[in-house]
Design a protein around this ligand. Structure first.
Ligand code: AMP
Length: 409
């Protein structure tokens, strides 16, 4: 399949070529023609599947075909500032040689530049719900001319408690419009929301929630809670772990872990909702450029982050929602690369592990030999997943056996 088969105009075909996209991703193949035909879409797709271009390319084309007086005609709602900024960047890329104007508005930064951009006039508005409502209440934004509405990462939007904000925003949109809803997972609440806002939608799916990306080598480490840090350092000693995204359950744990890694001379930064937007953007760009090799994140902060070449995703804490596991590990093995997903599991997390394995319909291979193997959790299943770093492997394995014997004695 080529982009030429998707009814994109020649200007967009050039844009796509310049972006280096040689062929459309499955979600793009399945979505773009329907959006160009005016259909509503409900898409089950994670970030990393190319879903932003799947809606942004046809929207840019449709806007170009039907130009009137400048007003906000496209609204994209995203749950996090980072995702909003990324989507806005993609729109910028695709509309570079057109008169279309776009802006991202989100909280955590001054509203002045955003208001100034709105006053100059925009066609495409990408926003997080809180700041958008704020600016709507101050009468800086009017959404009565919206033709295209995209609700991105709908499941996370609801998890983060934005449901009422989203509903209030939708109330302000014209009834006649084209709506596209994307979500990594489709729990009941998202289905209900899509039933209420979409009109006879085409259902498209890429990487359905129960299948994890084939190219990711998953592995499971049973470990006691107090030894997770040592285990992490052990894994980070592996030369292959160049760009590592570590997930913790809380902001507090993310901060502490980043500090401790730095003390161990492993350049790390934390990214979570309590950091200012500036700090988050700086941490992200230092990680992207390779200045820091480890980014410690909470689920919410990492949602939708587009970071290339993440070699390892490490679940320092297992997520309590099984869908988050699929989403987290999808941060690696993007755009055709392969990657590793290592998950730490202590005794209190066994319940989460069961839910995850049920969802992905397979057991995660256990690393049967590592120095911090939990004595209580000594695995009944033992499919060796990946080898520990060669250096000192024998010595560590011996230490592991000794520890195990001491504990079980
Ligand atoms: P997304 O799922 O929208 O977050 O996209 C993930 C990454 O894939 C982004 O860096 C896009 O620029 C990139 N991408 C999108 N479509 C394609 C394509 N057809 N070929 C190669 N890369 C793509």
């Amino acid at each position: 399949m080529s982009f030429h088969n998707l009814e994109l105009n020649s200007a967009l075909l050039r844009v796509v070529k310049r972006a280096g996209y040689t062929e459309p991703t499955p979600i793009q193949t399945r979505t773009i023609p329907h959006i160009l035909n005016g259909r509503d879409i409900v898409g089950c797709a994670q970030t990393g599947t190319g879903k932003t271009a799947a809606f942004a390319l046809p929207i840019v084309q449709l806007l170009g075909e039907d130009r009137g007086k400048r007003c906000i005609r496209v609204l994209v709602l995203a749950p996090t500032r980072e995702l909003a900024a990324q989507i806005d960047e993609e729109f910028g890329k695709f509309s570079r040689n057109s008169p279309l104007r776009h802006v991202a508005i989100y909280g955590g930064v001054s509203q002045q530049p955003q208001v100034a951009a709105l006053k100059r006039g925009v066609d495409i508005l990408v926003a997080t719900p809180g700041r958008l409502l704020d600016l709507m209440n101050q009468k800086f934004v009017r959404l009565n001319q919206i033709d295209y509405f995209v609700l991105d990462e709908a499941d996370r939007m609801l998890d983060m408690g934005f449901i009422n904000d989203v509903k209030r925003i939708i109330k302000g949109l014209p009834k006649v419009r084209q709506t596209m809803l994307f979500s990594a997972t489709m729990p009941q609440t998202v289905q209900e929301l899509s039933n209420s806002i979409l009109n006879d939608p085409v259902k498209v799916e890429a990487n359905p929630q129960s299948t994890t990306v084939d190219k990711i080598a998953q592995s499971l480490y049973f470990v006691e809670r107090g030894e997770k840090r040592a285990l992490l350092k052990y894994i980070l000693r592996d030369n292959a772990s160049e760009k590592v995204l570590v997930f913790t359950r809380t902001k507090h744990r993310a901060n502490n872990l980043a500090k401790q890694l730095n003390r161990a001379r492993i350049p790390a930064e934390a990214i979570h909702g309590n950091k200012t937007q500036g700090a988050r953007t700086r941490a992200l760009s230092r990680f992207k450029s390779g200045h820091t090799s480890v980014l410690v994140a909470t689920d919410i902060a990492a949602r939708g982050l587009d970071i290339d070449a993440v070699t390892h995703v490490i679940n320092f804490d297992l997520p309590n929602l099984p869908e988050s596991y699929v989403h987290r590990i999808g941060r690696t093995a993007r755009a055709g690369a392969s990657g590793f997903a290592c998950s730490f599991c202590d005794i209190d997390e066994r319940k989460y592990l069961n839910g995850i394995e049920e969802l992905i319909r397979q057991p995660i291979p256990v690393v049967a030999e590592h120095p911090y193997m939990s004595a209580i959790e000594a695995p009944k299943r033992s499919a060796p997943a990946s080898k520990p770093p060669e250096r000192n492997r024998r010595r560590r394995a011996r230490r592991s056996r000794e520890r195990h014997q001491t504990r079980t004695a």
